[in-house]
Design a protein around this ligand. Structure first.
Ligand SMILES: C[S@@+](CC[C@H](N)C(=O)[O-])C[C@H]1O[C@@H](n2cnc3c(N)ncnc32)[C@H](O)[C@@H]1O
Length: 247
């Protein structure tokens, strides 16, 4: 890990949920890179296009690296039986692909991370495998934007909040009163038992942003149609929500 004062070989830079969220600190970090490495998931990779636009703005070269395939097969069609093992293999394959580019090019490489690198993103873990010095510049994450848009604190006074995924929500809801849910393509909150309030947001920080809040059971139809509308507007949808057990 980069010592204070030592120049990092790799800079992991969070850029928020929209190019306008790039902070002055992140912009300066990006400008200090010799090039940016970005995973290319397909020929029509929307996230790659956002990164390319940021690099053009700042005048830094973008090096697109084909992303190794991840094993998403499994008995229920929602992922492999050994989920952790499949993710580990995928991280190893990414580290190998990125390491080859860094070894060939040298200099300071940047990685542009959607939101903040600390939330549901593997860049830090993968770069850490490379054994190079690196630093991390924070960005505005989806949960922060969600809280700001709804003008809420993510927990009551002095209470905890759990960050989790749609995949784990039903198990994690047992014993927790405040949960921030990400990576949920299928609105798993529909299957929560008990009474909950929800603060939901899709495509936060973009022109297709949608917000809905209220008692979960009452506002679910509104969330479903707002989700479809966000997708129709932008061609994609990503949503994050806070659920709180109703008191
Ligand atoms: C791979 S994670 C990346 C999270 C990101 N590092 C962050 O700090 O927000 C992707 C998930 O983040 C959430 N997300 C990212 N961008 C979003 C946005 N603009 N609006 C709502 N949710 C978003 C969604 O839950 C999505 O499934």
């Amino acid at each position: 890990v980069a010592e204070r004062g030592a120049a990092p070989a790799v800079r992991i830079i969070g850029f928020g949920c929209h190019p306008d969220h790039l902070t002055p600190e992140a912009r300066a970090a990006l400008a200090s890179c010799d090039y940016v490495v970005a995973a290319a998931k397909s020929d029509d990779d929307r996230l790659l296009a956002v990164r390319a636009a940021l690099c053009r703005q700042v005048g830094v070269e973008l090096v697109a690296v084909p992303d190794p395939a991840r094993d998403r097969t499994g008995p229920d069609g929602h992922g492999p039986r050994d989920y952790d093992g499949a993710v580990r293999d995928w991280h190893d394959a990414r580290a190998e692909a990125w390491g080859a580019v860094l070894a060939e090019r040298g200099g300071v490489a940047g990685f542009l991370v959607w939101g903040d690198p600390a939330f549901y993103d593997s860049t830090i873990r993968v770069v850490d495998r490379l054994g190079l010095s690196y630093d991390v510049v924070p960005g505005i994450s989806a949960p922060q934007l969600l809280a700001a848009r709804h003008r809420v604190v993510l927990h009551e006074v002095g209470r905890p909040v759990l960050f989790t995924t749609g995949r784990r929500l039903l198990a994690d809801a047992v014993g927790h009163d405040n949960l921030v849910v990400m990576l949920d393509g299928s609105l798993t909150c529909r299957r929560l038992s008990g009474e909950w309030d929800i603060w939901w947001g899709a495509n936060l920080g973009t022109s297709s942003e949608r917000l809905v809040s209220g008692p979960l059971a009452a506002v679910l139809p509104e969330i479903e149609s707002a989700r479809a509308a966000a997708k129709a507007d932008a061609g994609w949808v990503m949503d994050t929500y806070l659920v709180r057990r109703a008191s």
